[in-house]
Design a protein around this ligand. Sequence first.
Ligand code: EAX
Length: 323
Amino acid sequence: MKLSKLVIGLGLALGFVAGAAAQTTMKISISIAQNSHQGVAIDTFAKEVEKRTGGRYKVQTFYSGSLGGERESIEAVQLGTQELAFSSTGPVPNFVPEARILDIPFLFRDKAHARAVLDGAIGQELLAKFESKGFKALAWGENGIRHMTNSKRDVKAPEDLKGLKMRTMENPVHVAAYKGLGIVTTPMAFPEVFTALQQGTVDGQENPLSVIMASKFDQVQKHLTLTGHVYSPGIFLMNKASFDKLSAADKQAFLDAAKEGVKANRARVDEDDAKGVTELRAKGMTVIDNVDKSKFVATLAPVNAEFEKQFGKANIDRIRNFK
Ligand code: EAX
């Protein structure tokens, strides 16, 4: 009798614990629309977390900056008011300065080069730098290769950029480089960009084709130039304390879910890059797709010399020469 009571009691207690665990809901956000390379990243992540934890963890997804811009989301993850975010590295240098090196223009030859660096030792070393700042960086994802758009003129060479007022991310590396190209830089959070372009507060902006399409910038920008001036990484960030609370198996489940999210994310970037020019031309944009990139690289030489001093030439070469 006593024993069976104990068994029932234990059963209830365990049932209660399991029931409570099933209630654990976390939040993840992006600054752009759901129908995008970042939307598929967090949708896949949420689905995989639920599947891999047997439904004990649920991840609620928020899109279009509904929880704030990228800087605000990263801040919220650091504070723990929001458990997760997927973000570009735009505002990341303000939190983890070591990551600035990835934002150098013309650092990577192409997406394959960038993905190999991020998935390899250099990328993993950088992910570890987030830990002392209150984050668990689950994985590098991708935002894409950035190109320039504006409402004023066709940009065919660096000279054409002189005096153009462009919105930039709140990223010191980008701002320094774009100033070096003669651009009048206006750092701004992403959720404000469409209106700023529409009202003419700025002439242009720069983003990957994926973002340009997902954000319908073709409605407010006439000229697109495939400058491919910088690779834009993405990152899955989690509040460190929230991650540390997970069991070893659940930690692995979150890491694996992020990997699946990255796979879906990169596949969508490739898809968007393949169809982007045709689609944006059909929507009325003029697309300059044959720029001489070496002219942009040459114009940036003084800024690059400065970056080599700041970040260490050996560190930059280690990424440049990665095979
Ligand atoms: O992460 O701020 C930006 O331009 C980003 O590329 C965009 O929000 C997607």
